[in-house]
Write a protein that binds this ligand. Structure first.
Ligand code: GLC
Length: 603
């Protein structure tokens, strides 16, 4: 992960309430049997919640589909692509923020929580999207930004107007310190994730306000019951409009140390302080991130959701340092998040078999059977090709094999899988080449060390026509269309049975329909092997699938003995194999191409 998000890694007509059955796993796929369809559609009491073992797809609305020719994606654009998402097999889409916003942080600076930004559409468009998605058995998840608002939000405008304004205490205002020569200094050494102090001086009232992120994103004071009340009402507002749940943005950062103690520098292996991409000493953020008070808020958010329906999903953006911290996010009584994001697996960032094995195994064994949500890519980090780059893979076919391998880890594990738009076709990060082209403020501030997040937010590549089918011909799109669109696009890949897109689609179908791959236990195999990551998925009824991923650039042949796992049979029926790879018919010799994958049912 990049330095810029090291705060995260270091601690490492209003639609009525939807019946959960309508979000249940997609009904149609060529391989799906009638029995499986019936099972998938049942979602009554006692059935597994719709989000378990599901596939969630992150849509960056600005970049998915432009329907009105302004170069910016919008809600009607997303609606027009639901057929594709259904075909792919996704169960829910998470929309990054679409609320009215000055767009300093492209929507993560919200100025009105109860409406839609006119760039993206209207509330009526949103309702149409939700009902159209429901018809395709796709849930819509909103991004709920609770830590901060825009500095243009009426709450903040009031709060900053005077020290005695009733909303003053809705934000975190503190007095400064006197420096050596009488100069006024920020209250302490805390830093913004996006560089600089996290305190901003306000001349009018002579105090500083706290902002974990941009200056334009003042932090709310979650110790104030009125703030909580207002935000729980926002949650209610969108549940009543039919959302399937929420992704809670930066949820671990709601609270700060009330004593305002300084944070300690992080030290490198050489014992010296680490300098971050903004040229600052990196602090350990132990007093501004993951404070225990957040659990009380999570429980309340969950109670609000549960008061509507137990299937309203709460996902958390939880960059945490260990599986032990992650486990806490589910709540002692499973009363907090259903799916805190597991960033331990997807952000290893190098093809290291032992690391992957350890992290996946922890998710399987240390979460008390709760469901992990594996994430490899999102709008804040370089895309999947960072793995191919880290391994020095140059050959295009082998790079594509790396993409297949990563897709297999996220889709053939016992997890809910979170995909990022464009990953399924192998879109790569396209970073701006000139500072003048950068749109993400963090890239302007951090240039050239940190070029910002535009590279992973480029328009979706639908076809090889003008503007890659994202927008009409001749329109200047908000970020340029990457040159790769001529060959890396949905239309071309749909037609090719060996494409990455079809790999994703088939893996998703297996996740939905193959009993072992759907929810079978996950057991690591050949655990001292340093070249091949392999695991078994098995059900109590004896269905067993073996998955093997070659993490090297050489062909490998792997043999498995599953007798100690109580699995009968030594034959293999191929479910998925990297194109061009030798056939594998028995557990004694599973052949893997360079970065190749094999998925087979034990017979
Ligand atoms: C989260 C979002 C990121 C945003 C930040 C501040 O990390 O994913 O895009 O900039 O929160 O809201």
């Amino acid at each position: 992960m990049r330095k810029r998000l090291c705060w995260a890694v270091c601690v490492l007509a209003a639609v009525c309430m939807a019946s959960p059955a309508v979000w249940a796993v997609k009904p149609a796929s060529p391989q799906v049997s009638q029995k499986a369809k019936t099972n998938m559609m049942r979602d009554g009491a006692g059935q597994e919640p719709w989000w378990k073992n599901a596939v969630i797809y992150e849509v960056y609305p600005r970049s998915f589909q432009d329907s009105n020719g302004d170069g910016i994606g919008d809600l009607n654009g997303i609606r027009s692509r639901l057929g594709y998402l259904h075909w792919l097999g996704v169960n829910a889409i998470w929309l990054t923020p679409i609320y009215p916003s000055p767009q300093v942080d492209f929507g993560y600076d919200i100025s009105n929580y109860n409406n839609i930004d006119s760039q993206y559409g209207t509330l009526a468009d949103f309702s149409q999207l939700v009902s159209a998605a429901r018809k395709q058995h796709i849930g819509v998840l909103m991004d709920l930004v609770l830590n901060h608002t825009s500095n243009q939000h009426p709450w903040f405008l009031e709060s900053e107007s005077s020290r005695t304004n009733p909303k003053r205490d809705w934000y975190v205002w503190r007095n400064g310190r006197k420096g050596p020569n009488g100069k006024l200094l920020p209250p302490n050494n805390w830093q913004s994730v996006f560089g600089g102090s996290s305190w901003q001086y306000d001349k009018t009232t002579g105090q500083f306000y706290y902002h974990k992120f941009y200056i334009q994103q003042p932090d709310l004071n979650w110790n104030n019951p009125q703030v909580r009340h207002a935000m729980y009402n926002v949650e209610r507002f969108w549940i009543r409009r039919g959302v399937a749940g929420f992704r809670l943005d930066a949820i671990t950062t709601l609270f700060e140390d009330p004593k305002l103690r300084n944070e300690k520098p992080m030290l490198g292996k050489d014992g010296k302080p680490i300098i971050n991409a903004f040229g600052q000493v990196q602090l350990n953020d132990s007093l501004t991130n993951n404070l225990p008070q957040v659990h009380g808020v999570l429980r309340q958010l969950r109670q609000v959701a549960d008061s509507y329906h137990r299937h309203i999903l709460l996902i958390g953006e939880t960059y945490l340092s260990s599986v032990n911290e992650l486990r806490k996010m589910y709540g002692l009584h499973n009363d907090e998040l259903q799916l805190p994001m597991d960033m331990q697996v997807g952000f290893i960032n190098k093809l290291d078999v032992a690391d992957f094995r350890a992290r996946i195994n922890e998710a399987e064994t240390e979460l008390h059977g709760d469901e992990p949500l594996f994430v490899f890519d999102n709008h804040d980090n370089y895309r999947w090709e960072r793995y191919a780059n880290a391994a020095g893979v140059k050959n295009p076919a082998e790079r594509e094999n790396v993409a297949r391998l990563l897709a297999t880890i996220v889709l053939a594990s016992r997890d809910t899988a979170l995909l990022y738009y464009g990953d399924e076709i192998g879109m790569v990060t396209t970073v701006p080449t000139k500072k003048s082209e950068v749109r993400d403020p963090v890239g302007i501030r951090g240039w050239p060390e940190n070029k910002g997040r535009d590279g992973e937010r480029t328009p979706m590549q639908w076809n090889s026509g003008p503007n890659a089918g994202f927008s009409s011909a001749g329109v200047k799109t908000w970020l340029p269309i990457p040159p790769s669109y001529k060959t890396v696009n949905v239309a071309v890949e749909k037609k090719d049975p060996n494409s990455l897109l079809n790999w994703y689609r088939e893996m998703i179908a297996l996740k939905h329909t193959n009993a072992a791959l759907h929810d079978g236990q996950e057991i690591m195999l050949n655990t001292s092997d340093e070249h091949v990551l392999s695991w078994l998925r098995k059900t109590p009824e004896g269905k067993a699938v073996v998955v093997a991923c070659n993490f090297t650039g050489q062909p490998e042949t792997e043999s498995f003995d599953l007798t100690s796992q109580g699995v009968k049979g030594t034959g293999l029926k191929t479910l998925m194999a990297t194109p061009g790879q030798a056939q594998s018919q028995s557990l004694g010799a599973v052949h893997l191409a360079p970065y190749g994958v094999f998925v087979g049912e034990v017979k």
